[in-house]
Design a protein around this ligand. Structure first.
Ligand code: GLP
Length: 245
């Protein structure tokens, strides 16, 4: 199947459409592993899933999860770590067992953390991987480069990534310079992919993604090679980049 592009009326509509896709999977496979992502794009979807758990009995009690990435140098209690993000934006608001959630460790021995991360990924089948995209087209933290990686590894963050993510920190100097991330192979081996883009300096990458091409210097365009991939973009962003369904 070709990559599917869904145009949402606005952010909340996109969040509901994404939550519909996740809800269907959770109801059909109540013991599956969800691949999760951070960033501002999926926050609305997480809020909607939490509401459905609270008000409509959507059950996460047997669901497992694994996250895309984590900053090197931030402990899980740091308010900008991705473990903290997942707890506060989703896990604290649904009936998932936190012991069944995995976010790679950001502190301690990087090599040992990567070994653990790869071991988890090698024995996990991800039912659906949630994705966002960086302004430079990164997926997870797979930055553009001469080569891309198959498995989990450490990345040096591009200046544009640090620039984009500084909005969450007191200053640019506080943004970690390195991260551990799933590799492109881990992402592509997920059974389904869903990307949510809310248009935060991602116009150029989104334009490349929805053109009928793979740009080897723009990691997100590899998503087009997946046989079950969906991208949700807002009408506003579609208009900005001249995309018509
Ligand atoms: C960070 C994450 C990416 C995410 C990106 C998009 O860089 N490591 O995985 O896709 O943010 O962020 P946002 O959704 O805020 O635009």
């Amino acid at each position: 199947m070709k990559m599917k592009v869904i145009i949402a009326k606005d952010y909340e509509d996109g969040a509901r459409k994404a939550a519909d896709i996740i809800e269907k999977i959770v109801r059909e496979n109540p013991e599956c592993t969800l691949g999760l992502a951070t960033g501002s794009s999926p926050v609305g979807m997480y809020r909607e899933l939490a509401r459905r758990c609270r008000e409509e009995g959507l059950d996460f009690s047997r669901i497992h999860s694994v996250n895309l990435d984590e900053y090197v140098g931030l402990d899980g209690t740091h308010d900008q770590s991705y473990r903290y993000f997942m707890n506060t934006n989703l896990f604290d608001h649904i009936n998932i067992d936190k012991a069944n959630t995995y976010v790679a460790k950001g502190t301690g021995d990087v090599a040992a953390n990567l070994k653990e991360f790869n071991d988890v990924l090698d024995k996990t089948e991800i039912e659906i991987q949630v994705l966002g995209v960086g302004p430079d087209g990164h997926l997870g933290f797979n930055e553009p480069g001469e080569t891309l990686y198959d498995g989990a590894h450490e990345e040096t963050l591009d200046d544009s990534t640090i620039e984009a993510n500084k909005r969450f920190f007191a200053s640019k100097e506080d943004v970690p310079t390195h991260a551990v991330t799933m590799g492109m192979g881990n992402i592509m081996r997920a059974k389904r992919l869903i990307m949510i883009i809310n248009g935060n300096k991602q116009e150029a990458a989104t334009k490349l993604l929805i053109e009928d091409k793979i740009d080897p210097k723009c990691p997100c365009t590899f998503m087009r090679l997946h046989r079950d991939a969906t991208v949700i973009i807002e009408q506003k962003l579609a208009d900005e980049i001249g995309y018509k369904a």
